[in-house]
Design a binder for this molecule. Structure first.
Ligand code: NAD
Length: 321
């Protein structure tokens, strides 16, 4: 068995490899060559933690395994990231454990890659203003990946806790982009692309905030009950997702589907756009919304890439197991 510790991940895999791995696995999912197993996610009644498993199998790459972990909201005060996860990969031919891979940075990379893939395929080509909602741990990964997809000239941001916005301002400065903290109506009016990455259980971005032609990547809602945008906005947008089953149960679409304003049949897999089976955005006025729920196959894809790179670079730890 190979071990790739968390501390090695940053030197092994970056945004380019993560983007390629996620785009490929979304495409494989849409071809029905890769599938996710039902997600387990439970509130364990200790440390306010949400704990669970995401797993799946990709018949093309033979990535088989699971990511186990979850969300511990008190971790930041202990100097740890709130998300804690580990990926276990198995040999698809024998079922023997193949690798144990630190999953924290990989989670951020694969989540940012997912919204970046959606921007590549769905945002207007002339997008100039990036709007960020959320300034938590994931937000900087999201911004870094997003700005590589279009020639953004400005970043604007809103956060429920405004004192956290300096995190976005600092990164924008590093990326040589002007940054402005704005209210949500200005964010919706100006942004060509909006990324929402919060842990909210009630909507911040409302239908009335958003103007025609915007692409919205809703990345925070990954659990029953969470919600970042008003259901009427989901109903108005053309909705794409990583996986429809997750979108309607734990993703942003759960609310619009429950209130009957969005039909499951109207939700489109992003993979079908990548594969050329769906045209994607149909006009410059259309609002496209990517419901990025986070699938186990994303984790397996980036973990497999990290294992291959660890072997190649001679940093994989081999143990008899
Ligand atoms: P974090 O705890 O570091 O930050 C939380 C963010 O949410 C902050 O910006 C905070 O101000 C904001 N927030 C908190 N309460 C709010 C409220 N009531 N209304 C609006 N905003 C509020 O978390 P993080 O690590 O940045 O993760 C953010 C979210 O992304 C979490 O919900 C997490 O579960 C989710 N996530 C999704 C995926 C995916 O694949 N879709 C992957 C990783 C994380």
């Amino acid at each position: 068995m190979i071990i790739v510790p968390e501390k090695e991940i940053a030197d092994l895999i970056g945004r380019d490899q993560s983007f390629a791995a996620v785009e490929a696995v979304f495409a494989a999912m849409s071809r029905k060559d890769a599938y996710n197993f039902p997600v387990i996610r439970e509130s364990i009644g200790h440390a306010d933690a949400l704990y669970g498993f995401k797993s799946g199998f990709d018949r093309e790459s033979l990535a088989l395994g699971l990511k186990s972990g979850g969300y511990w909201p008190g971790n930041e005060a202990k100097g740890l990231t709130n998300h804690q996860s580990t990926v276990i990969l198995f040999d698809a031919d024998t079922g023997k454990v193949k690798a144990l891979v630190g999953g924290n940075l990989l989670t951020a990379l694969r989540t940012a890659a997912a919204s970046a893939v959606s921007i590549k395929h769905l945002a207007r080509k002339d997008s100039k203003v990036l709007g960020m909602i959320g300034a938590g741990h994931q937000s900087t990964f999201q911004m870094r990946a997003a700005v590589e997809q279009r020639d953004f000239e400005k970043v604007i941001g809103w956060n429920y806790h405004p004192e956290m916005l300096s995190r976005l301002a600092d990164l924008a400065a590093e990326l040589n982009l002007p940054f402005e903290a704005v209210e949500l109506d200005q964010l919706g009016a100006e942004a060509d692309v909006i990324i929402s990455i919060t842990s909210a259980f009630s909507p911040s971005l409302m239908n009335a905030h958003v103007t025609a032609g915007t692409h919205i990547a809703c990345m925070g809602t990954d659990t029953k009950g969470k919600q970042e945008v008003e259901a009427a906005l989901v109903a108005r947008a053309t909705v794409f997702t990583d996986e429809i089953a997750q979108s309607i149960s734990i993703g942003e679409c759960q609310h619009a589907v429950a209130d009957g304003t969005k039909s499951e049949a109207d939700i489109i897999e992003l993979g079908s756009v990548i594969n050329g089976d769906h045209a994607g955005r149909s006009s410059d006025d259309e609002i496209t919304l990517f419901d990025g729920t986070g699938v186990g196959l994303q984790d397996l894809a980036v973990a497999s890439a990290a294992v291959d790179l660890a072997i190649e670079k001679g940093v994989a730890i081999e143990v008899d197991f």
